[in-house]
Ligand binder design. Structure first.
Ligand SMILES: Nc1ncnc2c1ncn2[C@@H]1O[C@H](COP(=O)(O)OP(=O)(O)OP(=O)(O)O)[C@@H](O)[C@H]1O
Ligand SMILES: [Mg+2]
Length: 224
């Protein structure tokens, strides 16, 4: 479902260039639950942004469901992303002046869903993350764990088959982190493909497979 071939990413800053990804090749099958680990600066977020169609690679090919998306324009990528991929960030990235309800509803507005459909889905998602009673609250009135549950609900608005999470528990206490992990595990058991970046071995151990990055390259996986 996800196949990267020789993906590179070079950031240019003035006369400086930085090779954040140096030929990353990997395959992720439908329904897998993968952790990505590696030191700070090894390229984890850069990789996630490319897999999540939030950014384009400098070189290489990226097949998503058999279609090479590496050469698409930003508009084309946005369309792919809206249907296929949910994204959760370490710092939640909720709109600060919008309520929990409005944050979850937004991707459905972009997708042109009608009012009745949106209302049904937002209600269902708020209940799934246990925050229906908090629907009128703004992010600043919610705890970190609650904000991340709203962000997770938002990422699921259009029911994407793939969920990407970049250090989803990185800013949370262990109890809130556990709640997020419980939801991710449930979403995986429902059939979603999950790719998660984490620095935490205990959390990574819950996934089926760990991909390690070092200096912009994948460290070969041990088969034993
Ligand atoms: N927009 C950007 N412009 C220039 N350089 C960048 C940009 N984003 C990332 N980099 C650089 O690319 C390298 C990889 O960064 P990346 O954010 O992917 O690392 P990471 O593995 O996610 O690290 P962390 O664990 O700290 O989140 C770093 O050297 C970083 O400074
Ligand atoms: Mg990162």
């Amino acid at each position: 479902m996800i196949e990267l071939q020789g993906i590179t990413k070079i950031y240019k800053m003035g006369s400086q260039t930085l090779e954040a990804l140096r030929g990353v090749s990997l395959k992720i099958g439908k329904g897998e639950f993968i952790s990505i680990m590696g030191p700070s600066g090894s390229g984890k977020s850069t990789l996630m942004n490319i897999v999540g169609c939030l950014d384009t690679p400098t070189g290489g090919r990226y097949f998503l469901d058999g279609k090479n998306v590496a050469g698409l324009t930003f508009d084309q990528l946005a369309a792919v992303r809206n249907r296929k991929i949910g994204f959760v960030f370490q710092n939640f990235n909720l709109l600060p002046y919008s309520t929990a309800w409005e944050n979850i509803e937004l991707p459905m507005l972009f997708d042109g869903k009608n009012h009745r459909k949106r209302k049904e889905r937002v209600t269902e998602l708020l209940q799934a993350v246990g925050l229906y009673d908090w629907r009128e609250h703004r992010p600043s009135e919610l705890s970190g764990g609650q904000q991340q549950r709203i962000a997770l609900a938002r990422s699921l608005a259009n029911d994407p088959p793939i969920l990407l999470a970049d250090e989803p528990t990185g800013n949370l206490d262990s109890k809130s982190g556990q709640e997020i992990m419980d939801i991710l595990m449930r979403l995986w058991k429902e059939g979603r493909t999950i790719v998660m970046v984490t620095h935490n071995d205990e959390i990574a151990a819950k996934s089926q497979r760990v991909i390690r990055l070092f200096d912009g390259q994948v460290v070969p996986e041990r088969t034993a």
